[in-house]
Design a protein around this ligand. Sequence first.
Ligand code: C2O
Length: 559
Amino acid sequence: MAFSLFSCLLFASVVTMISSFAAEAAIKKYQFDVVVKNVSRLSHPKPIVTVNGRFPGPTIYAREGDRVVVNVTNHAQYNLSIHWHGLKQFRNGWADGPAYITQCPIQSGNSYSYDFNVTGQRGTLWWHAHILWLRATVHGAIVIMPKQGVPFPFPQPHGESVLVLGEWWNSDVEELVKQGNALGLPPNMSDAHTINGKPGPLFPCSDKHTFVTEVEWGKTYLLRIVNAALNDELFFAIAGHNMTVVEIDAVYCKPFTTSAILITPGQTTNVLVTANQAPGRYFMAARDFNDAPIPVDNKTATAILQYKGVPDTVIPVLPQLPAQNDTSFVDTYSNSLRSLNTPQFPANVPLTIDRHLFFTVGLGRDPCPTCLNSTKLTASINNVTFVMPKIGLLQAHYFNINGVFKLDFPDKPPAPFNYTGAPLTANLGTSLGTRLSKLAFNSTVELVLQDTNLLTVESHPFHLHGFNFFVVGRGVGNFDPAKDLAKFNLVDPPERNTVGVPTGGWTAIRFRADNPGVWFMHCHLELHTMWGLKMAFVVENGNGPDQSILPPPNDLPPC
Ligand code: C2O
């Protein structure tokens, strides 16, 4: 079955959009019904939690400057909330969505309207459930078009297609997670990777579950790629075709051509592809990148790029993906990412820094008498394993409710050590706590995220809510200010909302704390988030008239 790119786009918008595009800033209204639906992929139909019965869920279409109102009605058995990943939500954390951080979850049978403006952003982002592991099936893309009459800073593509990369489990994900936690171990790996909810023909019995996108010879297309997988950083490539990367995390970048991209959970990447090869059918494929000493996930999801007029009987070819542990490909790729940095789209990198933070991130083991090895896996930042509160932190902050959190998250680890040296089996004194870090309004922050080898080195895609940041540096081993600071890119570093901390290495980011509120920061591998690899910032109000947190909406869910 072949979809034309354009009719696919139109189809999606007709189905999901209540209002239509207008010439000026408009209100885009959506109704999201969270329902349980039987869906079959590799095995028997199984009930999954979905939005509007679709997997992936509907794409949100908006234009820069629009106001978006999404009324979410929860008909599922789980209480949940939805996060609009990468939307800055200026002064408006109430619409951000992480459960117990900016809101209490929407209880079964209740509704909440996420009401937000899309200001100063255009490109591809995504939305997902932000509680438990429900985002496995509750997610979808957000497409933000430039303002009417404002062209892309690259040639206008002939058509476009959204590709949401995901993971599929044959059994109930929440049950698997419960079982894993009871044993103190990770739950079973997913059974398939998916592209737009479909695993492709490399998986048994999944011939009909293949996403196909049709192209015309000689034309150029924009692919909007989202990594909605729970735990896998992915390589993505198209057989026979190079891609030109033009945007990451809804920020334009300097275009560069590559045979494959790396995309971590949480990230989005827009690429241009020209259909200039022999007319045929070409696989697009996604597979795990993993250069850590942990089990590798070998599964490859495929979809098909099909030239118009080519019959479905033609057998597609597979692309050459980088080797699964190809660290050097990832280094080269990451170093190719640069902000566009033009007068129209400047890179406003903070050059002077008010606050220096150094966070060690890593995994560990805690005693657990009832678990399989009498230990359970855990994770921490600066030796703090984050404990989720019982009410939303943003309410606690806004209404001055005492006893919910402390504002003493450490700026650096308790003691320096050889972070990425031989695995440390010693107990470093990890503590539990709902500890937040306070940032002065409009202060500039530099944060170095340092991977550790407490248990094992591993790559961690970190996501900061409420902001974009600039990735000014990355490297292997221990961050060394004496030699690494001089190598920072302060001219055109990539600007994004999610960045991979390399396995056994570090990443340095800079941002301006100009958005008052409570903002979550966490590893976007659900496994690690669940184990405690998370914390939150409290950004204080400023003194100006538009520098305070907005009052909460009336329908904010109670706990
Ligand atoms: Cu995409 Cu806090 O998440």
